[in-house]
Design a protein around this ligand. Structure first.
Ligand SMILES: C[S@@+](CC[C@H](N)C(=O)[O-])C[C@H]1O[C@@H](n2cnc3c(N)ncnc32)[C@H](O)[C@@H]1O
Length: 707
C-alpha cells in the first residue's frame, strides 16, 4: 500500500489530537468480529450520498457541482460555479430524507449553549453525525479491514511481512523483468535516463516548494555572515543546509549529555541554533530567543514550523439566526466542504474548500455565521455567560467574542461592549447588527476607567490588546516588529486593565462573579506574569478552572520565576499542539469586594505613572521572590484582609520605584549612579505608556473576522 501523504495543517483537525485507537493496531482489529452496530452503520453509510474523507479521525462532507453531496471523489476544487439544481429547501429535504436527519434533535438550546457537560459526550448534529455514527466510523474501518485489508493486518506481523515481501518480489521479477538483448538494451538505458531526469526534476520542485514556504529564495550559497572584506554577505542563505543544521543542533540539545561536543557549552549550541532559526524563519533575534525559551528545543522547532502554515478556516454559527446543521447544509449546497470543528464546540465549522467567498455569501450577509478563529471561541466558552446576566466585554472590537456572548445569552440580559478605538468600534457595531444582537450597548472608553464608568457586572471578559505572538501565521510582521519595549508596555497596560476588570465585577452576583482574561500571545510576560500581578494585587480573586476540555496548563515556573500553584488552572494553546492560534485563557472568581481606596488608586496620576513606568519590575520582584504573598494574607474564614489589597503606600512605592529605575538603567547599560538627569531621560514614562492615549492600538486578533 502506498504511504499516504501527510495532511497539510489546513486540512488537519483543530483541537485536541484524536485519541489513539487501539483497535487499529496490530492483529486486534483482524480478530474483532463486526458488531451489530457496525453492520447497521455500514448500511446507513451506503445510503448516504455524502463524500466521507477520513482525515485525522474526522469525517468531511463535500458537495458536487449540482449541489448534491457526492459519494466519490476527494476534496478537489470544483471547476464550475456551483448552482443548486433545485431550490435549496427542496435539496435539503432530499438530503435529510436520505440521511435520516429529521430524526436528529434540533434543539436550539443545545446548539447555542456551551454545554460543557455535553462537550465530551453530547450529540454532534451536523448531517446526522451523532456520537454513535462517529464511533461506528471506527467500526466501519475495522470491518472494511477484515474484508479487504487483511494484507495490512498481516503487514504488522514481521514474519508474514517477510513472507509477503518474498512473494511480491518474485511477482515483480516475473512481471517486470525483460531479457536484456542487444536490441532492447538501448531502449532500457533510455528509459532509465528518463526516470532519473524525472526524479531530479521532482527533487528540484520540492526544494523550490520548501523555499517558498519560508519566503526565502533557495540558494546554494555559503552560510558565512561576512565576506572576505568583513561586510555582511548579501547572499541568500542555503535553506537546506540551515534546516539540516537546525535539526541536528536541536537533536544534540535534546540529549545534551550524550550527544554534545565536549568542547562546546549548551549556551553555544543554543546561540548557534537561534542564529540559524532567525535566518531560516526570518525572526528578529530578540523574539526568536523569547519564543525558543518557552519550549524544550524539539517542541520549539515544531512551534516555529507551525507558524509557517496557516490555521484552518473556521466559521462560528450564529445561533441567534440559525442552527449549525442548517447552515452546514446550505453551505454544502453552495460548494463548501466543511465539517464540525471538533466535539469541543457545538457551533464551529471547519472549512476545507470553498467555491464561494465565505465573506460574501447571502448567509454571511444575513448574519448566519462569522469567520472566527477556533481559538477565539475559547475565552467565551470559559466565561460561559448566562441568560439574563449583565456582562462587560472590555476590549470588544470587532466583536467576535461579544456576539458569541450574546448568542450564549440568547439575546437576554445586557452586554456592554467597550473598545478604546472609535474606528474599531464601528466594525463592532456592524457585526452586532449583522448578527442580530439586541442585548448589547457599545461604548468607547479607555477600559482603565472601569469601574468608575460602571461596575457590578456578573461577568467580565478582558480579551486584552497583546503582541500577537500566537498569531504569527496570520501576521508574520510580528516576527520582526516586536521589541523589548512592547513587552514592557503591553504587560503594563494588561495589568491595569485586568485590575479594572476585577474591580468591575460584583462578587456577590448570584449567578456569576467571574472574570476571564485572554490574549492571543504565548509570552509569559503577557500571560502568567499579568495573572500573578492580579493575584498579588487583588487577593479577593482566585483562579478557577476554565472548564475547557483541552489546552496545556499555564506555567508555575518559568526560568527564574515562580508563579502561584493555581496557575495550573490557566490554559495555553499552541499552533503545533492543537492546530489553533496561540492563545492564553485564565478564569478568576471574585470572592470579596475590592476596597474603595484600591479602586480609587487605579487610574490616579500616581498610579498611572507607577504602572506605566515601573510596575513590571515591582511585580517581578514579588514574583521572583515571595510567591503570592498577598493571597496568603487571608483571614481565618477564608475572607480577605482589607490591608492586603493593592492600594498605595507612597513610601513603599518610592522604594520600589527607585529599585526598578536602577534595574532598568542597568539593563540599558547606564550606571544608575552616573547621572540622574540622563537616567530620567532614559526612562521617560511616555516611552512605556500604554497605547490607550497613544496612536497605535495593539490588536493581535484583528483579522479574526472578515467583514
Ligand atoms: C484583541 S483585540 C479584541 C478582539 C475582540 N475581543 C474580538 O473578539 O473581536 C484588543 C482590542 O483592545 C482594544 N484596546 C486597546 N487598548 C484598550 C483600552 N485601554 N481600553 C479598551 N480597549 C482597548 C483595541 O482597540 C482592540 O480592539
Amino acid at each position: 500500500m502506498a504511504p499516504s501523504k501527510p495532511l497539510s495543517r489546513r486540512m488537519q483537525k483543530q483541537g485536541p489530537p484524536a485519541p489513539l485507537d487501539e483497535s487499529r493496531i496490530g492483529n486486534k482489529r483482524k480478530l474483532s468480529a463486526p458488531t451489530n452496530g457496525a453492520i447497521k452503520k455500514q448500511k446507513k453509510i451506503s445510503a448516504l450520498p455524502v463524500n466521507r474523507n477520513k482525515q485525522n479521525g474526522g469525517t468531511k462532507y463535500t458537495a458536487n457541482s449540482a449541489g448534491k453531496t457526492s459519494t466519490k471523489g476527494s476534496f478537489k476544487p470544483q471547476q464550475k460555479p456551483v448552482k443548486p439544481a433545485k431550490p435549496v429547501k427542496a435539496m435539503m429535504a432530499d438530503v435529510e430524507d436520505v440521511t435520516g436527519l429529521s430524526d436528529v434533535s434540533d434543539d436550539a438550546e443545545g446548539e447555542a449553549g456551551v454545554d460543557l457537560d455535553g462537550l465530551s459526550g453530547g450529540k454532534i448534529d451536523v448531517l446526522g453525525l451523532d456520537d454513535d455514527e462517529m464511533d461506528s466510523d471506527a467500526d466501519d474501518f475495522a470491518n472494511a479491514l477484515s474484508a479487504s485489508e487483511d494484507e495490512d493486518v498481516l503487514d504488522s506481523d514481521p514474519e508474514m511481512q517477510a513472507q509477503k515481501g518474498v512473494w511480491s518480489e518474485d511477482d515483480d521479477d516475473s512481471d517486470g523483468e525483460e531479457l536484456l538483448t542487444a536490441a532492447n538494451i538501448a531502449g532500457l538505458s533510455q528509459r532509465l535516463d528518463k526516470q532519473q531526469a524525472q526524479e531530479d526534476a521532482e527533487a528540484e520542485a520540492e526544494l523550490a516548494d520548501d523555499a517558498l514556504q519560508t519566503n526565502i529564495a533557495p540558494a546554494d550559497l555559503d552560510m558565512d555572515d561576512d565576506d572576505e572584506e568583513g561586510k555582511t554577505s548579501k547572499l541568500a542563505p542555503d535553506l537546506q543546509l540551515l534546516r539540516t543544521r537546525i535539526t541536528e543542533t536541536v537533536r544534540v540539545l535534546s540529549n545534551f549529555k550524550e550527544l554534545r561536543d565536549q568542547t562546546r557549552s549548551r549556551a553555544e549550541y543554543t546561540q548557534a541554533v537561534l542564529k540559524d532559526i532567525c535566518a531560516y524563519y526570518s525572526y528578529s533575534p530578540f523574539l526568536a530567543e523569547k519564543l525558543f525559551s518557552l519550549f524544550p528545543p524539539q517542541e520549539a522547532l515544531a512551534f516555529f514550523d507551525a507558524n509557517e502554515t496557516p490555521r484552518p478556516m473556521v466559521i462560528r454559527t450564529n445561533t441567534l439566526r440559525t442552527h449549525r446543521r442548517d447552515l452546514a447544509h446550505t453551505l454544502i449546497n453552495r460548494g463548501v466542504s466543511l465539517e464540525p470543528v471538533g466535539k469541543w464546540s457545538k457551533v464551529g465549522l471547519q472549512v476545507y474548500e470553498s467555491q464561494v467567498p465565505l465573506g460574501a455569501t447571502p448567509e454571511y450577509l444575513a448574519g448566519h455565521y462569522i469567520l472566527q478563529a477556533a481559538s477565539s471561541f475559547l475565552p467565551v466558552m470559559a466565561l460561559a455567560p448566562q441568560e439574563h446576566e449583565r456582562c462587560l466585554d472590555m476590549a470588544a472590537a470587532p466583536g467576535g467574542k461579544t456576539t458569541h456572548m450574546a448568542a450564549l445569552m440568547k439575546n437576554t440580559g445586557c452586554i456592554f461592549a467597550n473598545d478604546a478605538s472609535k474606528d474599531r468600534a464601528k466594525g463592532l457595531i456592524g457585526n452586532i447588527h449583522r448578527l442580530g444582537v439586541k442585548n448589547t450597548i457599545v461604548c468607547n472608553y479607555n477600559a482603565q476607567e472601569f469601574p468608575r464608568v460602571m461596575g457590578g457586572f456578573d461577568r467580565v471578559l478582558l480579551d486584552a490588546p497583546c503582541s500577537g505572538t500566537g498569531v504569527i501565521a496570520k501576521d508574520p510582521s510580528v516576527k520582526t516588529n516586536k521589541t523589548q519595549d512592547d513587552f514592557l508596555r503591553l504587560p503594563h497596560l494588561q495589568k491595569q486593565l485586568l485590575l479594572s476588570a476585577i474591580d468591575s465585577v460584583d462578587h456577590a452576583s448570584k449567578t456569576g462573579g467571574y472574570i476571564v482574561y485572554s490574549t492571543c500571545s504565548v509570552t509569559v510576560e503577557e500571560n502568567e506574569q499579568v495573572v500573578q500581578y492580579a493575584l498579588n494585587k487583588r487577593p479577593n480573586v482566585k483562579l478557577v478552572s476554565t472548564g475547557l476540555i483541552f489546552g496545556k496548563e499555564g506555567f508555575t515556573k518559568y526560568m527564574s520565576k515562580r508563579f502561584h500553584p493555581s496557575m495550573k488552572e490557566t490554559r495555553r494553546y499552541y499552533p503545533h499542539a492543537f492546530n489553533v492560534d496561540g492563545f492564553f485563557v485564565a478564569k478568576f472568581k471574585k470572592t470579596a469586594v475590592t476596597p474603595a481606596d484600591a479602586v480609587k488608586a487605579q487610574g490616579t496620576p500616581a498610579e498611572q505613572a507607577r504602572v506605566n513606568g515601573v510596575a513590571a519590575d515591582v511585580e517581578n520582584d514579588v514574583v521572583d521572590g515571595d510567591v503570592h504573598a498577598a493571597v496568603e494574607d487571608e483571614d481565618d474564614e477564608g475572607g480577605v484582609k482589607l490591608g492586603a489589597f493593592g492600594g498605595w503606600d507612597d513610601e513603599e512605592d518610592a522604594v520600589y520605584i527607585e529599585r526598578s529605575l536602577k534595574k532598568q538603567l542597568r539593563r540599558k547599560g547606564i550606571d544608575p549612579k552616573a547621572s540622574k538627569s540622563k537616567a530620567v531621560r532614559a526612562l521617560d514614562p511616555k516611552k512605556v505608556t500604554g497605547d490607550v492615549n497613544g496612536k497605535k492600538q495593539e490588536n493581535g486578533d484583528e483579522s479574526e473576522t472578515i467583514v
